[in-house]
Design a binder for this molecule. Sequence first.
Ligand code: C6P
Length: 415
Amino acid sequence: MATALARTHEAYDVARVRGDFPILARHVNGHPLVYLDSAASSQRPRAVIEAVDHYETHCHANVHRGVHALSQAATDAFEGARERVRRFLNARSVKEIIFTRGTTEAINLVANAWARPRLGPGDEILITWLEHHANIVPWQMVCAATGATLKVAPIDERGELRFEAWEALLSPRTRLVAVGHVSNALGTVLPVARIVKAAHARGVPVLLDGAQAVPHGGADVQALDCDFYAFSAHKLYGPTGIGVLYGREALLREMPPWQGGGDMILSVSFEGTTYNDLPWKFEAGTPNISGAVGLGAAIDYLETLGPGAVHAHEQRLLAKATAAALGIPGLRVIGTATDKAAVLSFTVEGIHPHDLGTILDHEGVAIRTGHHCAMPVMDFFGIPATARASFACYNDDADIERLIRALHTAREVFS
Ligand code: C6P
């Protein structure tokens, strides 16, 4: 923990950053690991591993339930992590920070507790073609249950949202706008400031799926002025099974709980139940306490590196990798938006992305291949899948060289 926390915002030293991630020392298929799948799940620095280990070793008990010392230690650790998230997102109050299992559960919470009780036939939910399935399917389920309609704004050949077309779909019947902050399949950064402004001008609340945005520079929910913001810890150098829904307090107050059980109540009798205050009203059952502790440590870690420095480093890698990849005959970059996060999606003529992924794995290079849970994006480009290399704070120039060399090997295998 000490290594990262002691570091100030000095010039970006990727070798030192790499030293914080024990897993990067391992070999895969006889080669030193090159990990280029951080958009699926990033690796954990020692600071996170140690924070979780310390909690499990010294502090674990159930939260909000016991007067004994360990229960209080666990409660302090859990609620301390919530305050850490609040500061990270610049939310006004910890009441606005709900712990969930991840982005998927956060969006489902809004779908079930905000949208379902409010929407009816004729109402519309507006999304885009760029969405991850987690920001499509919950809304389809709401529409099936309520008779509302799902509207989908188009994208162009670069993988950018056609903003005017999106705006034209914003109608007097639109009840909710739900968009990704950054596309996971292409890396496109969506014009969320313009989206929020246009939606709010018509009184429509906005949910942002921040799963792919937060790891590349954080998010300020007051500056974004969004109504809901969702993200997962495991893409932010934190543990799996924990994520966050930020919700504007006034909206959360009006929403009924979506799951019942312990912790979300103040009192229960057979005559009736009184629900707990925010944020616990939306956290039924024993939460992922060590996960929250790990998330807090992950935020500390990222902020010590400096989200701006990480972003600049990743952008340099993205530009370099894109230029080098374009030198490979038959390689087509899918997603060429002007504003992109550190995601390079591509196809290589004559090689199925899955074969590409397998050959790269033989070379110790981990990338993701498939539809990336964004099948409409694949349909738009008329392809079944892409190969996707994604960059994080610990990737370096040598990783790009190994990626490019492995792609040349794949072409030789298939020539
Ligand atoms: N994308 C990827 O490889 P969960 O699974 O709940 O932590 O996150 C879901 C999710 C939601 N929105 C976006 C934009 C995402 O990228 C993801 C997860 C991973 O791209 C796994 S499919």
